[in-house]
Design a protein around this ligand. Structure first.
Ligand code: PLP
Length: 419
């Protein structure tokens, strides 16, 4: 039979690749059905699972959600988001570290929606978007789906942020294009768990100031999906005031998500928050991004956005959420500590982890290593140059011994490769 001519337009040809994370999760689910859930390690999800491997919702979020009147749940949200939600999002993100600048927010379906709008509105077709080589896979898909290119700098120089290479890549791209979107995911970076220090932030912002020549625009997309999963909530927000001290042609946009911070992953609520010294640029941000919302998904989930507005109207509810999240974070921390100590004892290298949902092991042939692990009912996400483990999802009981299994699988693949 002759091959069917694609009906989809030529620019879409070849763009499909199965989503790695969802594929691994589905393999793990099949293994659980076949062999029993006790013997399967599912280290792929991007959601916090408690020690019984059940997805966890902050109890305060659940009770507030259940209290939202039905007419509020089913109604449309304003395109830009309800004012009480937007103010709550800004308050939550900055807390006591609100930059002294013009700040505008637009509601988006999660951090993904914010990234979509940034690429759509702050780059032209054919431009490249820049992020780190270790990064959340959808950055590339979002850029390429919008007919942009995706380029990377290597995230680390030793166990520190690679400022030199970031600046080199920014310089090269700004020689070719007027606008450059740089996506930085910090704190608790996915997939490594790295968090930029304030000194590293100062250096990045100094580079941006130096490189933002007249007629050149730098847009810093600051993806804070894991903002609330760090050791010290204040320290992780303390870089925000630095964003006030930038020239007009550098625009930081914070991508806020309720997915992890309020355990409302599938409810699709977030916001993009623009920070500018110039009121007109802030207004342009507010207007332009609203139109892209209208043209892409219309408006966001009103009921879930009301949850945040309700929590932020009551300091007691904010405190309760913080305490409940801190308890979840403690579980994640102890899983990560157990893995780290066993990895060190086994001589298994992992990338600099500070906090958050994921840890990464750099290795050769990650696909093959993951296949070897699958045979032992261990399901992890193969990346281009390593393997990601969801410390948010693997219970402590199954974390024990995992580092040794990975080490052995890597050795086995290395030996096979040498034969
Ligand atoms: C690094 C990173 N950024 C952004 C997101 C976006 O999440 P959402 O669109 O659910 O807010 C995720 C989700 O996994 C993520 O890992």
């Amino acid at each position: 039979m002759s091959k069917q001519m694609p009906i989809a337009a030529p620019h879409t040809w070849g763009k499909y690749t199965p989503d790695k994370i969802f594929t691994v999760v589905s393999k793990a689910t099949q293994a659980k059905e076949a062999y029993g859930r006790e013997v399967v390690v599912n280290g792929a999800p991007g959601t916090f699972l408690d020690e019984t491997e059940t997805i966890y919702c902050l109890p305060t979020v659940e009770s507030v959600y259940r209290s939202i009147p039905m007419n509020e749940v089913v109604a449309y949200s304003p395109l830009e988001g309800a004012p009480d939600f937007l103010e709550a999002a800004v308050q939550h993100v900055f807390r006591e570290f609100r930059p002294a600048a013009h700040i505008k927010a637009v509601a988006t379906p999660g951090g993904t929606g914010a990234l979509h709008n940034i690429v759509a509105n702050y780059t032209s077709v054919g431009d490249a978007v820049l992020s780190s080589e270790w990064c959340w896979g959808p950055y590339k898909s979002i850029a390429e789906d919008a007919l942009r290119k995706f380029e990377t700098f290597s995230l680390f120089a030793g166990d520190r942020f690679n400022l030199e290479e970031l600046e080199e890549k920014m310089t090269a791209l700004l020689a070719k294009q007027e606008r450059l979107v740089v996506i930085l995911n910090t704190p608790s970076h996915n997939p490594t768990g790295y968090s930029m220090t304030n000194d590293e932030w100062k250096a990045v912002l100094n580079s941006a100031k130096r490189l933002a020549a007249p007629g050149r625009f730098i847009i810093l997309a600051i993806d804070v999906a894991y903002l609330d999963y760090t050791e010290d909530q204040s320290a992780s927000r303390s870089f925000f005031p630095l964003l006030a001290d930038l020239p007009e042609n550098v625009l930081p946009i914070i991508c806020f998500s309720m997915s992890k911070s309020f355990t409302l992953y599938g409810q699709r609520v977030g916001a993009m928050i623009g920070v500018s010294p110039n009121a007109q640029i802030a207004d342009e941000f507010f207007e332009t991004n609203q139109i892209t919302c209208r043209a892409s998904w219309s408006s966001i989930n009103r009921g879930a956005s009301k949850v945040l507005a309700t929590i932020y109207a009551n300091p007691e509810l904010i405190k309760q959420c913080d305490e409940e999240r801190a308890a979840a974070l403690n579980i994640i921390k102890s899983r990560a500590a157990l893995f780290s100590s066993e990895a060190k004892a086994a001589g298994l290298e992992f990338l600099p982890y500070r906090s958050g949902f994921f840890l990464t092991i750099p290795c050769q042939k990650p696909e093959e290593v993951c296949q070897v692990l699958n045979k032992a009912n261990v399901f992890l996400v193969p990346l281009a140059k390593g393997i990601r483990i969801s410390v948010c999802a693997v219970p402590t009981s199954k974390m024990s011994g995992l580092a040794v299994k990975i080490k052995k699988a890597i050795e086995r693949v290395t030996v096979q490769g040498n034969q």
